[in-house]
Each structure stands twice: as C-alpha cells, then as structure tokens.
Design a protein around this ligand. Sequence first.
Ligand SMILES: NC(=O)c1ccc[n+]([C@@H]2O[C@H](COP(=O)([O-])OP(=O)(O)OC[C@H]3O[C@@H](n4cnc5c(N)ncnc54)[C@H](O)[C@@H]3O)[C@@H](O)[C@H]2O)c1
Length: 359
Amino acid sequence: MKVAIIGCGKIGLDFHAPAYLKNSNAEIKYFCNTSIQKADAAVKRFNCGKAVRDYKEILEDPDLDAVSVCTPNTSHAQITIDFLNAGKSVLCEKPIAATFEDALKMQEAQRSSNKILAIALVNRYNNCVNLVKAYIESGKLGEVFHVYASFRDYRSIPGLGGAFTSREASGGGVLIDWGVHFLDAIMYCLNDPKPLTVSAETFCKLGKNINDYVYKNMWAGPPIKDGIYNVEDSVVGLIRTTGPVISFNGAWAQNIDHKEKYIDFMGDEGGIRFEFGNDFTFYTSEDEKLISYKPGFEKGNSFENEINAFVEAVENLIGGGDASLISDLPSDINTVIITSEIMQAIYDSAEIHKEVSLV
Ligand SMILES: NC(=O)c1ccc[n+]([C@@H]2O[C@H](COP(=O)([O-])OP(=O)(O)OC[C@H]3O[C@@H](n4cnc5c(N)ncnc54)[C@H](O)[C@@H]3O)[C@@H](O)[C@H]2O)c1
C-alpha cells in the first residue's frame, strides 16, 4: 500500500511517518508540505518518498492508495474530501474538522467514494483506554451515572498569537485542541450514548492582551506579539445523554498553579480515575472494605496501533470489497462523528449562553 503524508509538521513526521515505516505493508510515496523545504527535509530524514508542495499534484496518481492528513484543523475537510473524491482512503488527524458542518461533508464524501475515512482519535487505540472501556462493559462500576473530565493547566496557552490562537486556522482553542481527545475517549468508553442537551461557556480571557500575558509554558512556538488571539482559553460544560451525564472543565490557562488531566468515571458500584495518557485507578468496596488498585496492562504504542489498523483496513479494501462493510475501525468517521456534533453544540451553547438541544 502506497501512502502520502500531507503536512510535514510534528504529528506527520514524529508519529505518522515512523509508524508507516514500521509497517511492512506500507510504503511512503510522497511527503507534501506547502513550504517545500519541510517536505524536502522529510525525504532526507526518512530516506524515502518524493517531496511535493501542492497535494493536488498527487491526487490523480493511480499508484497512491491512501494519505494521512496532518495539516492544521481548518484545512482537514477540503484536503480529505479531495482525496476521497480522487479514490484514496484517508486517515485524517483530529479534530475531524473545525465545524460539524464540515465533518458532515467529509462523511458524505466517504459514503459517495466508498473509501475508508478514519480520524486519528488515537485514544481509541490506547491499551489503557481499552481496559477502562472493558471495565465499564464488564459491569465492575455498576451503573455509570456521571463522567467528569478535567484538562487544565497553569498559564500554558500554546503559540500565542499564531495558528493555535487564531479561529481561522484552528477553529477554536482548548476545546478543539485538548477537549476533543477527552470527549472522544469518554464517548468511546461509554459506547456512544446519544447526546440530548449541551450547556457550556467558553472564555477568551488570559491571553487577550498578548503583550501583557505572563506565561509558565509557551509550547508550539514563541508568542507573536502582533498576532491573533480570538479562541477560548478555558471552557466548562455539561452534556446530558441517554447514558451518563458528562461534565468537564478545561483550560489552557488559568490563574491557579495546577496541572491536571484526568477523566473520572463514577458508577454506583465502582469508580475509575483515568490519569490521561498514563494509567488508571479502580475504586470499589468488597467484603465491607474499601479497595482500590491500578490494573496492569501492556503500554503499547497507540500511534502504531492506529496506523496498523488503518493499513489493514485499506489493504482489505484493495483486496476487493465495500468500505462500509470492511471498516469496523473504532475511529471510522461514521462512529466518531458524534464527537464533532457535541463539540459544535458546546460552541453553539457558549455563543448563545443557553442550553442547546440535540433531539
Ligand atoms: N493526535 C494527536 O495527539 C495530535 C497531536 C498533535 C497534533 N495533532 C493534529 O495534527 C494536525 C497538525 O498538527 P501539528 O502539531 O503537526 O502542526 P504543525 O504546524 O507542526 O504541522 C502542520 C504542517 O502542515 C503544513 N501545511 C499547512 N497547510 C498545508 C497544506 N494545505 N498542504 C500541505 N501542508 C500544509 C504546515 O506547513 C506544517 O508544516 C492538527 O490538526 C492537530 O490538531 C494531533
């Protein structure tokens, strides 16, 4: 299977390319980046493929089977749709798109092309997340009635004034960047309950005067003093579903010197605190005693699991068949689109300062 990496930045080169190269069924044919120097550097670094500047140059290559779309959020939809329409399968980075409307267009292109469209919501390939899901499904927690996610950091807005803090480039702030992983992992572990209502507020506060903002972390590039800051740096919300209630509190930046990233699954017989990206603790009672423990599991490599599953699905498609039957990928667009619907409802609710109904 021949693939192209579209977008030779951090995720494309540090995660997608190495994982394809480890898979003996995949070969990287192109590295594409609008600034061709980055594509050239990728060819040199991995010693394979050809550098291209414009993805449209390779759309019609009959030899190309699939692409990884690793470009900024607001470009996901157009690039993905163009490749699907050209008959290529696509693994698109998260979030699906900047808006639910665009995500629906991507879903439509997948259906009409009958190619595979997977979204790189990588937690679905994380061994720890899968063990949390198995605990919930086995009934160890009893009835899970509330799930709470916290993704907060102390004065840690990324690339202030650049693409991360420009709605035009990113579609949003901490919700679309960090929150998407948390909400999607929750939906996955709960087997996608139907969202009923969403109530949320977003705040664009700490970085709004770029020159005065004092920071602890400035990841993703130095602050651009005359840049743009029009996304949320914190968000809070509550989602009612046909299953548990989901609540969350997220902040790239807050005036509290504390960093926490976890999801609490609260059941009437047991509870789980999942320390995001690490492990989890299970709490319950047994023989009239309170007990808690951290289950062991093989850590694995979520990105490799994700790429291997995508390659296998595309290989099956090349072998002949119907994408809608072949793709039982946990990150198939038709499964994960619900996360995009919820995120849109969060932004909509925040904009009108009212609850949004999804039924
Ligand atoms: N799954 C994860 O955990 C994870 C982690 C980081 C980033 N991401 C996602 O990956 C995407 C990229 O993030 P990143 O951190 O690698 O960003 P980045 O800025 O490091 O890389 C993006 C690259 O895409 C290039 N580019 C922009 N438009 C292009 C186009 N039309 N054609 C070709 N190249 C183009 C840019 O020049 C840049 O080199 C984002 O959507 C982000 O949300 C996911």
